[in-house]
Design a protein around this ligand. Structure first.
Ligand SMILES: Nc1ncnc2c1ncn2[C@@H]1O[C@H](COP(=O)(O)OP(=O)(O)OP(=O)(O)O)[C@@H](O)[C@H]1O
Ligand SMILES: O=P(O)(O)OC[C@H]1O[C@H](OP(=O)(O)OP(=O)(O)O)[C@H](O)[C@@H]1O
Length: 212
C-alpha cells in the first residue's frame, strides 16, 4: 500500500515538487497533471492534490498519511502539533496593513477584513484590543480601499500587492512557511519510512540551498 501525501495545490505544489524530486520521489505526474488529482508514478508515495484548508480534513480522517501545507493554514485551523518538518519554502509573513490615513490608535472599534479570522482574533487579543472581523475569501487588499474595513490582516511575500494598492504595513505578525504534517496513527504504522522521508527532505533542503 502506498504512503499517501495530500499536497496543497498552487504555490505550495510548485515550490515543494523540486524538494520532493530531490528526495528521490517521482513527481513526473504532478508536473504534467492536466486535470488529474491523484498520482501513482512513484512506487512508494501516492500524491494527492488538494486545497490547503482541506489537507487537515483528509489527514485527521486518516484518508492520507502525510500532508504538505502552509503554517498559515495550520495556525488558522489550530492544529500545529502535527508538524514534522519545516520545508522552508512558501515563505511569507502575516501583516496588519491599511491605507496611509489609517490611525492604529483610532477610538472607534476597528473593522478588520481577513481570510484568517482566528489568527486575526488571536493577534488583537494578544495586544488587548477588541475588533470586528469580516471574513473575505480573497483579494483582501480591496477591503480598506473601498471602505469595507479599516485595515486587513493578510500574508505578504514580495510586498508587490500591498505596494500596487497603496497599502502600508502597520504591524508584523507571524512568519509563514510550508510544513510536512503527519497523521499520528500513520507515524506509528510507517515510522521508518516517514523517518527516511524526513531525513531525505532535510538533505534535499541543503542540496537545493533552502534555508532552514
Ligand atoms: N504571496 C505568497 N507568497 C508565498 N506563499 C504564499 C503566498 N500566498 C500564499 N502562500 C502560501 O501558499 C498557500 C496557498 O496559496 P495559493 O495562493 O496557491 O492558494 P489559495 O490562497 O488557496 O489561492 P487560490 O484560491 O487562488 O488557489 C498559502 O496557504 C500559503 O501558505
Ligand atoms: O506580497 P506579494 O508577493 O504580492 O503576495 C501577497 C499576495 O499573495 C496572496 O494572494 P494570492 O495570490 O494567494 O491571491 P488571493 O488574494 O486570491 O488569496 C496574499 O493574499 C496577497 O494578496
Amino acid at each position: 500500500m502506498p504512503i499517501k501525501i495530500a499536497l496543497t495545490k498552487g504555490r505550495v505544489e510548485q515550490q515543494v515538487v523540486p524538494l520532493l524530486e530531490a528526495s528521490g520521489i517521482d513527481c513526473s505526474g504532478v508536473r504534467n497533471k492536466g486535470r488529474r488529482l491523484i498520482f501513482n508514478e512513484d512506487p512508494v508515495y501516492q500524491m494527492i492534490l488538494v486545497k490547503g484548508p482541506d489537507v487537515l480534513t483528509y489527514l485527521n480522517n486518516g484518508s492520507v498519511h502525510l500532508g504538505i501545507v502552509g503554517s498559515d493554514v495550520l495556525a488558522e485551523q489550530g492544529n500545529p502539533q502535527y508538524a514534522m518538518l519545516d520545508l522552508g519554502v512558501g515563505r511569507c509573513r502575516f501583516v496588519l496593513a491599511s491605507t496611509s490615513d489609517f490611525n492604529p490608535q483610532q477610538v472607534r472599534r476597528k473593522i478588520i477584513a481577513t481570510k484568517y479570522p482566528n489568527i486575526t482574533k488571536r493577534y488583537f487579543q494578544s495586544i488587548g484590543e477588541d475588533v470586528e472581523i469580516i471574513r473575505i475569501e480573497g483579494s483582501v487588499e480591496l477591503a480598506p480601499l473601498i471602505g469595507l474595513a479599516d485595515a486587513i490582516v493578510d500574508i505578504t511575500e514580495t510586498g508587490t500587492t500591498l505596494r500596487e494598492n497603496n497599502l502600508h504595513v502597520y504591524a508584523e505578525l507571524q512568519p509563514v512557511s510550508t510544513q510536512l504534517v503527519v497523521n499520528r496513527l500513520a507515524l506509528k504504522q510507517y515510522h521508518s519510512e516517514i523517518r527516511t522521508l524526513v531525513d531525505n527532505l532535510q538533505q534535499a533542503k541543503i542540496n537545493l540551498g533552502v534555508n532552514a
